[in-house]
Design a protein around this ligand. Structure first.
Ligand SMILES: NC(=O)c1ccc[n+]([C@@H]2O[C@H](COP(=O)([O-])OP(=O)(O)OC[C@H]3O[C@@H](n4cnc5c(N)ncnc54)[C@H](O)[C@@H]3O)[C@@H](O)[C@H]2O)c1
Length: 230
Protein backbone atom coordinates (compact mmCIF):
# COMPACT_ATOMS: atom_id res chain seq x y z
CA UNK A 1 0.00 0.00 0.00
CA UNK A 2 1.23 3.50 -0.83
CA UNK A 3 0.47 6.06 1.87
CA UNK A 4 0.34 9.84 2.04
CA UNK A 5 -0.15 11.74 5.28
CA UNK A 6 -1.74 15.16 5.67
CA UNK A 7 -0.71 17.16 8.74
CA UNK A 8 -0.25 20.76 9.77
CA UNK A 9 2.93 19.95 11.69
CA UNK A 10 5.61 19.97 8.97
CA UNK A 11 8.52 18.93 11.18
CA UNK A 12 6.85 15.85 12.67
CA UNK A 13 5.04 15.02 9.43
CA UNK A 14 8.28 15.04 7.42
CA UNK A 15 9.98 12.86 10.02
CA UNK A 16 7.21 10.23 10.07
CA UNK A 17 7.15 10.25 6.27
CA UNK A 18 10.89 9.77 5.89
CA UNK A 19 11.04 7.11 8.67
CA UNK A 20 8.24 5.07 7.04
CA UNK A 21 8.75 5.91 3.36
CA UNK A 22 5.47 7.84 2.98
CA UNK A 23 4.51 11.01 1.15
CA UNK A 24 4.09 14.00 3.47
CA UNK A 25 1.68 16.77 2.50
CA UNK A 26 1.62 19.94 4.59
CA UNK A 27 -2.15 20.36 4.87
CA UNK A 28 -4.45 22.47 7.01
CA UNK A 29 -7.79 20.66 6.97
CA UNK A 30 -9.63 23.94 7.68
CA UNK A 31 -8.41 25.41 4.39
CA UNK A 32 -10.05 24.32 1.13
CA UNK A 33 -7.10 25.24 -1.12
CA UNK A 34 -4.65 23.53 1.22
CA UNK A 35 -6.66 20.28 1.16
CA UNK A 36 -6.94 20.48 -2.67
CA UNK A 37 -3.16 20.94 -2.92
CA UNK A 38 -2.64 18.00 -0.53
CA UNK A 39 -4.74 15.64 -2.65
CA UNK A 40 -2.97 16.87 -5.78
CA UNK A 41 0.45 16.10 -4.29
CA UNK A 42 -0.63 12.74 -2.82
CA UNK A 43 -2.24 11.61 -6.08
CA UNK A 44 0.74 12.75 -8.16
CA UNK A 45 3.00 10.60 -5.95
CA UNK A 46 0.77 7.57 -5.35
CA UNK A 47 -2.15 7.68 -7.78
CA UNK A 48 -5.81 8.17 -6.85
CA UNK A 49 -6.52 6.86 -3.31
CA UNK A 50 -9.21 4.29 -2.50
CA UNK A 51 -8.78 4.70 1.26
CA UNK A 52 -9.07 7.77 3.47
CA UNK A 53 -8.47 7.76 7.24
CA UNK A 54 -9.37 11.04 8.96
CA UNK A 55 -7.37 11.68 12.14
CA UNK A 56 -6.53 15.37 12.34
CA UNK A 57 -8.07 16.77 15.47
CA UNK A 58 -7.73 19.07 18.41
CA UNK A 59 -9.28 19.57 21.83
CA UNK A 60 -10.20 22.42 24.11
CA UNK A 61 -11.03 22.83 27.78
CA UNK A 62 -13.45 25.55 28.78
CA UNK A 63 -16.75 25.63 30.63
CA UNK A 64 -19.92 26.85 28.90
CA UNK A 65 -20.08 29.53 31.57
CA UNK A 66 -18.44 29.72 34.96
CA UNK A 67 -16.83 31.83 37.64
CA UNK A 68 -13.23 32.01 38.82
CA UNK A 69 -12.72 30.43 42.26
CA UNK A 70 -10.43 33.16 43.54
CA UNK A 71 -12.11 36.33 42.24
CA UNK A 72 -15.67 35.23 41.43
CA UNK A 73 -15.23 36.73 37.96
CA UNK A 74 -17.86 35.34 35.53
CA UNK A 75 -16.97 34.33 31.97
CA UNK A 76 -18.52 32.41 29.08
CA UNK A 77 -17.01 29.97 26.58
CA UNK A 78 -14.76 31.81 24.09
CA UNK A 79 -16.69 31.45 20.83
CA UNK A 80 -13.58 31.62 18.63
CA UNK A 81 -12.33 28.48 20.40
CA UNK A 82 -15.66 26.70 19.84
CA UNK A 83 -15.57 27.62 16.15
CA UNK A 84 -11.92 26.52 15.75
CA UNK A 85 -12.61 23.08 17.22
CA UNK A 86 -15.66 22.60 14.96
CA UNK A 87 -13.67 23.82 11.94
CA UNK A 88 -10.87 21.30 12.49
CA UNK A 89 -12.65 18.24 13.89
CA UNK A 90 -15.99 18.34 12.10
CA UNK A 91 -15.76 20.50 8.99
CA UNK A 92 -12.14 19.46 8.30
CA UNK A 93 -13.20 15.80 8.41
CA UNK A 94 -16.14 16.41 6.09
CA UNK A 95 -13.99 18.45 3.67
CA UNK A 96 -11.50 15.58 3.31
CA UNK A 97 -14.30 13.02 2.94
CA UNK A 98 -16.06 14.99 0.20
CA UNK A 99 -12.90 15.72 -1.80
CA UNK A 100 -11.52 12.20 -1.41
CA UNK A 101 -14.82 10.57 -2.38
CA UNK A 102 -15.02 12.78 -5.48
CA UNK A 103 -11.57 11.50 -6.46
CA UNK A 104 -12.57 7.89 -5.80
CA UNK A 105 -15.50 8.30 -8.21
CA UNK A 106 -13.00 8.60 -11.07
CA UNK A 107 -11.95 4.97 -10.45
CA UNK A 108 -13.81 1.81 -11.42
CA UNK A 109 -15.01 -0.44 -8.62
CA UNK A 110 -12.70 -3.34 -7.79
CA UNK A 111 -13.48 -7.01 -8.51
CA UNK A 112 -15.20 -7.43 -5.11
CA UNK A 113 -17.53 -4.51 -5.88
CA UNK A 114 -15.90 -2.03 -3.46
CA UNK A 115 -14.77 1.31 -4.85
CA UNK A 116 -13.32 2.77 -1.67
CA UNK A 117 -13.47 2.99 2.12
CA UNK A 118 -13.35 5.90 4.55
CA UNK A 119 -12.60 5.79 8.28
CA UNK A 120 -13.23 8.78 10.54
CA UNK A 121 -12.01 9.43 14.06
CA UNK A 122 -14.52 10.69 16.61
CA UNK A 123 -14.09 10.08 20.35
CA UNK A 124 -15.97 8.55 23.26
CA UNK A 125 -16.52 12.24 24.11
CA UNK A 126 -19.17 12.16 21.37
CA UNK A 127 -21.24 10.12 23.83
CA UNK A 128 -19.87 10.89 27.29
CA UNK A 129 -18.20 14.27 27.07
CA UNK A 130 -16.70 15.63 30.26
CA UNK A 131 -16.84 19.00 31.98
CA UNK A 132 -15.12 21.51 29.69
CA UNK A 133 -15.63 19.40 26.54
CA UNK A 134 -18.68 21.11 25.01
CA UNK A 135 -16.86 22.10 21.81
CA UNK A 136 -14.89 18.86 21.47
CA UNK A 137 -17.95 16.68 22.14
CA UNK A 138 -20.08 18.71 19.71
CA UNK A 139 -17.44 18.29 16.99
CA UNK A 140 -17.06 14.55 17.57
CA UNK A 141 -20.83 14.06 17.93
CA UNK A 142 -21.07 15.72 14.53
CA UNK A 143 -18.66 13.18 13.05
CA UNK A 144 -20.75 10.32 14.48
CA UNK A 145 -23.95 11.98 13.27
CA UNK A 146 -22.78 12.39 9.70
CA UNK A 147 -21.39 8.85 9.37
CA UNK A 148 -24.67 7.23 8.28
CA UNK A 149 -25.88 9.98 5.91
CA UNK A 150 -22.46 10.17 4.27
CA UNK A 151 -22.42 6.36 3.91
CA UNK A 152 -25.89 6.65 2.36
CA UNK A 153 -24.75 9.44 -0.01
CA UNK A 154 -21.86 7.29 -1.21
CA UNK A 155 -23.67 3.94 -1.19
CA UNK A 156 -24.57 4.03 -4.88
CA UNK A 157 -20.87 4.53 -5.64
CA UNK A 158 -19.76 1.56 -3.47
CA UNK A 159 -17.75 3.67 -1.03
CA UNK A 160 -18.12 2.60 2.62
CA UNK A 161 -17.86 5.00 5.57
CA UNK A 162 -17.26 4.12 9.23
CA UNK A 163 -16.15 5.94 12.37
CA UNK A 164 -14.00 4.95 15.35
CA UNK A 165 -14.68 6.43 18.81
CA UNK A 166 -11.37 5.99 20.66
CA UNK A 167 -11.18 6.05 24.45
CA UNK A 168 -7.81 6.97 25.99
CA UNK A 169 -4.91 6.26 23.64
CA UNK A 170 -1.19 6.61 24.17
CA UNK A 171 -0.53 9.02 21.31
CA UNK A 172 1.61 12.18 21.35
CA UNK A 173 -1.51 13.91 22.70
CA UNK A 174 -1.24 11.95 25.98
CA UNK A 175 2.40 10.83 25.80
CA UNK A 176 3.54 14.17 27.21
CA UNK A 177 1.58 13.71 30.44
CA UNK A 178 3.49 12.80 33.63
CA UNK A 179 3.48 9.08 34.49
CA UNK A 180 1.28 9.56 37.58
CA UNK A 181 -1.40 11.24 35.44
CA UNK A 182 -1.18 8.45 32.84
CA UNK A 183 -1.47 5.87 35.64
CA UNK A 184 -4.55 7.65 37.03
CA UNK A 185 -6.14 7.71 33.57
CA UNK A 186 -5.29 4.03 33.01
CA UNK A 187 -7.01 3.12 36.30
CA UNK A 188 -10.29 4.54 34.96
CA UNK A 189 -10.36 2.02 32.08
CA UNK A 190 -12.61 -0.99 32.79
CA UNK A 191 -10.35 -3.69 31.33
CA UNK A 192 -7.49 -3.73 30.44
CA UNK A 193 -6.33 -1.02 32.86
CA UNK A 194 -4.00 0.78 30.47
CA UNK A 195 -4.11 3.31 27.67
CA UNK A 196 -4.93 2.05 24.20
CA UNK A 197 -2.04 1.53 21.82
CA UNK A 198 -2.18 3.24 18.40
CA UNK A 199 -1.68 -0.21 16.81
CA UNK A 200 -5.04 -1.23 18.34
CA UNK A 201 -6.68 1.76 16.63
CA UNK A 202 -4.98 0.72 13.38
CA UNK A 203 -6.33 -2.82 13.74
CA UNK A 204 -9.93 -1.58 13.85
CA UNK A 205 -9.32 0.90 11.02
CA UNK A 206 -7.94 -1.99 8.93
CA UNK A 207 -10.98 -4.14 9.73
CA UNK A 208 -13.31 -1.31 8.67
CA UNK A 209 -11.36 -1.01 5.41
CA UNK A 210 -10.95 -4.72 4.60
CA UNK A 211 -14.35 -6.03 5.70
CA UNK A 212 -16.67 -5.30 2.79
CA UNK A 213 -19.77 -5.61 5.00
CA UNK A 214 -18.65 -2.92 7.49
CA UNK A 215 -20.61 0.24 6.61
CA UNK A 216 -22.36 3.24 8.16
CA UNK A 217 -21.20 2.30 11.65
CA UNK A 218 -19.64 4.13 14.60
CA UNK A 219 -17.73 1.89 17.01
CA UNK A 220 -16.24 2.64 20.43
CA UNK A 221 -12.71 1.32 21.00
CA UNK A 222 -12.16 2.08 24.65
CA UNK A 223 -11.50 -0.92 26.94
CA UNK A 224 -15.05 -0.49 28.24
CA UNK A 225 -14.44 2.99 29.69
CA UNK A 226 -17.38 5.30 30.40
CA UNK A 227 -16.05 8.78 31.07
CA UNK A 228 -17.08 10.40 34.38
CA UNK A 229 -18.19 14.06 34.41
CA UNK A 230 -14.58 15.07 35.22
N1 LIG B 1 -5.38 10.10 22.02
C1 LIG B 1 -6.58 9.90 22.50
O1 LIG B 1 -6.75 9.44 23.63
C2 LIG B 1 -7.81 10.21 21.65
C3 LIG B 1 -9.06 9.87 22.17
C4 LIG B 1 -10.20 10.11 21.41
C5 LIG B 1 -10.09 10.68 20.16
N2 LIG B 1 -8.86 11.01 19.68
C6 LIG B 1 -8.82 11.61 18.35
O2 LIG B 1 -7.87 10.94 17.57
C7 LIG B 1 -7.36 11.82 16.56
C8 LIG B 1 -5.85 11.77 16.59
O3 LIG B 1 -5.44 12.29 17.83
P1 LIG B 1 -4.05 11.94 18.52
O4 LIG B 1 -4.34 11.40 19.86
O5 LIG B 1 -3.19 11.16 17.59
O6 LIG B 1 -3.52 13.42 18.76
P2 LIG B 1 -2.27 14.18 18.14
O7 LIG B 1 -2.36 15.57 18.69
O8 LIG B 1 -1.05 13.39 18.39
O9 LIG B 1 -2.61 14.17 16.59
C9 LIG B 1 -3.48 15.09 15.99
C10 LIG B 1 -2.80 15.59 14.72
O10 LIG B 1 -3.70 16.47 14.06
C11 LIG B 1 -2.92 17.48 13.46
N3 LIG B 1 -3.75 18.65 13.19
C12 LIG B 1 -4.33 19.49 14.08
N4 LIG B 1 -4.99 20.46 13.44
C13 LIG B 1 -4.83 20.25 12.10
C14 LIG B 1 -5.28 20.92 10.94
N5 LIG B 1 -6.01 22.03 11.01
N6 LIG B 1 -4.93 20.41 9.73
C15 LIG B 1 -4.16 19.30 9.66
N7 LIG B 1 -3.70 18.62 10.72
C16 LIG B 1 -4.03 19.10 11.94
C17 LIG B 1 -1.83 17.78 14.49
O11 LIG B 1 -0.72 18.42 13.90
C18 LIG B 1 -1.51 16.38 15.01
O12 LIG B 1 -0.44 15.78 14.31
C19 LIG B 1 -7.93 13.21 16.90
O13 LIG B 1 -9.03 13.46 16.05
C20 LIG B 1 -8.39 13.07 18.35
O14 LIG B 1 -9.46 13.94 18.66
C21 LIG B 1 -7.71 10.79 20.40
Amino acid sequence: MKVAIFDLNEEKGQKVASDLGLTYCNVNVTDDASVDAGFEKARAANGQERILVNCAGTGSAAKTAGRKKETGEISSFPMEVFERVIQINLIGTFRCIAKSAAGMLTLDAMADGDRGAIVNTASVAAEDGQIGQAAYSASKGGVVGMTLPVARDLSTEAIRVNTILPGLFNTPLLAGLPDNVKDALSATVLNPKRLGDPSEYALLALQMIENGYFNGESVRLDGGIRMAPR
